[in-house]
Design a binder for this molecule. Structure first.
Ligand code: ZN
Length: 280
């Protein structure tokens, strides 16, 4: 059953990738994705296929990890210990009694720290400031390879106390890139790790003037990289953030503006300004 569970998790990555490409309005790789999704669905047992499709239609999440504190990471409800044990044994596929999503157990769930939660006495954050901050801006990425860039960005999240351990994060991000590249048009890429436990939806922004080969089309280099960590419960919200950012950066003026920023402070100020109407 473990293989089926892995297949389901991968299938979900593909359907999310498709939703993501649609949100960023990048039509280029949709056909390839559709084909892979179709092939994987065909391999599933009919009963499982219809269960997956039904759940997937309700907000793109069909299979979710059980968190370390034994709660369903989609709906946040506590699960009975006996159920968690059964999920761990993986002899059959179990569902959350509350939200009906299929459950799996994973030892390699990256953990957020939750340290960026609003502190008492601080005004509530609005717009893009809910997801990032000046400390997560990298105006000039030094690495020149995909792995190097991901490492640099994950390290930033760890240094700034957004995640506990960047190693798991890097591995998961590379696995995700291997399924289908997160590079889209206009030199943008949205590498990400889903299913992060604890903490909120957050991103690091890194710029590379020279450009990096990020998979995707071999002709275009990636220059503007948003590395996003996504707690399961924030999946739908992530798509909104993505479509807002894509809308902003379709404009050449916006892309030129961020490259004009020399310091993290400038970059953050610029980003806040140019996303005012697109990320609310
Ligand atoms: Zn649930």
């Amino acid at each position: 059953m473990q293989k089926t569970i892995n297949d389901l998790a991968q299938l979900q990555d593909l359907t999310m990738a498709k939703a993501q490409q649609e949100a960023s309005m990048s039509g280029t790789r949709l056909i390839q994705l559709d084909k892979s999704i179709e092939a994987m669905l065909k391999d599933l047992a009919p009963e499982l296929r219809s269960r997956f499709t039904k759940l997937e239609a309700k907000g793109h999440i069909a299979i979710v990890p059980v968190s370390k504190s034994n709660v369903c990471s989609a709906c946040g409800m506590s699960l009975p210990v006996s159920l968690v044990q059964a999920v761990r044994q993986a002899e059959k596929i179990h569902q959350c009694p509350t939200c009906a999503r299929m459950l799996y157990y994973s030892d390699s769930i990256p953990r957020g720290t939750g340290s960026q939660k609003a502190r008492r006495g601080h005004p509530p954050k609005i717009g893009i400031a809910r997801f990032s901050s000046e400390s997560l801006m990298i105006p000039q990425i030094t690495s020149t390879t995909l792995e190097g860039v991901l490492t640099e960005m994950c390290q930033k999240l760890e240094d700034e106390n957004f995640v506990e351990n960047s190693d798991t994060l890097i591995n998961e991000a590379l696995k995700r890139e291997a399924i289908v590249s997160t590079a889209v048009e206009h030199g943008l890429a949205f590498p990400h790790v889903r299913g992060v436990e604890g903490g909120g939806l957050s991103f690091v922004l890194g710029l590379s003037k020279k450009g990096i080969k990020f998979g995707g089309s071999p002709k275009t280099l990636t220059r503007i990289i948003f590395f996003v960590v996504i707690p399961t419960a924030a999946s739908a919200f992530y798509l909104k953030l993505l479509s807002g950012l894509s809308e902003t950066f379709r404009s050449k003026e916006a892309r030129d503006k961020v490259f004009g920023a020399k310091t993290p402070k400038d970059l953050w100020k610029t980003l806040v300004k140019i996303t005012k109407t697109t990320v609310r």
